[in-house]
Design a protein around this ligand. Sequence first.
Ligand code: GMT
Length: 373
Amino acid sequence: MKYRIGILCYPSVGGSGILATELGMKLAERGHDVHFITSSIPFRLNAYHPNITFHQVEINQYSVFRYPPYDMTLSAKIASVIQTFGLDVIHAHYAVPHAVCAALGREMAGMKTPIVSTLHGTDITVLGEDEELKPAILYGLRQSNAITAVSNSLKEETFARIARDLPIQVIHNFIDESVYQPQSDPLLRERYGLGEADQVVIHISNFRQVKRVDLVLEAFARLDVPNKKLLLVGDGPLMGAMRRQVGEMGLEDQVIFAGKQEQVAALLAISDLHVLLSDKEAFGLVALEAMATGVPSVVSDAGGLPEVITDGVDGFVVPRGNAEVAAAAMQRILTDQSLRDTFKQTGLENAKRFASHDVVTEYERLYEQVVQS
Ligand code: GMT
């Protein structure tokens, strides 16, 4: 069956937006009619496709509003898209406001359009800690006809923090294999001033507290590896603090700030090791991107990361908050070429567990289930 699917997501850089956009594009390729309802064009929605329509949520800036009513405007937009295009299903990525707005939009439209809500992580692990927001999260999830979480760990956390009786199904994330695959671009290394002998460690994130970039810097500083370089990709509130830390540690010549990048496959491919030492991480899409590109990872044991990286098999999983142990694991990978090759090969094989084809099919089955019930 082909469906008319409304997708709600954060369009800016971030794992949940990337996943929602990739899913929408794959569904369109399979013949479904996909409607993105977001505040701006999702940043990776670069493929023109006749089955994709983008509906922009434009907020009325009427001067009486102290706070522009985004959630209400989004709900009204959902209602109008349901009515105009006869959506069969709404897929809300992230519990707040999307699952809540999906429910309100459906109500406004006076329809029974089924809602699938996908939990991505911080909607539960950070926002779920806020007692004021919990009723909204719970409302959005109870109104959903199906709930998915991107890892087993997130499913368990949702039970613990929100409600034990929620019917949550785990559907892991996927990446676009045609983009994330081994590749080489010697010119790119040159452009970043990297010599042939340089050993490149890469970290990619939104530089928020939860990502513990301070630990990445500390672990990198501890490495006893000649020609080490740290490529920091991203931007965020901790950028200033990170630059200060780099200065205090005297690492200016070894750290490269590459800024926010939309496509990171090529940057991963010029790296020898990927590092992600987050305090919380529901899945860690970037670890999967690294694995599929053939770059081994050292990750913390936070949340769903151990469901992506298998310790000692395709990378190392280290305890949270310990730069010393992380540095030892990084040192092993950087100084042992045969271990690195083994991790690379096993990683390429293991990345297939998250094959886009299978994951998209799982979502299709779920749509079928909710539409038919
Ligand atoms: O990691 C972030 O801060 C961004 C966040 C988001 O909402 O986009 O990412 C979350 O969703 C991703 C896609 O499912 C997951 O891969 C990330 O692990 C998750 N982040 C956290 O749990 C901190």
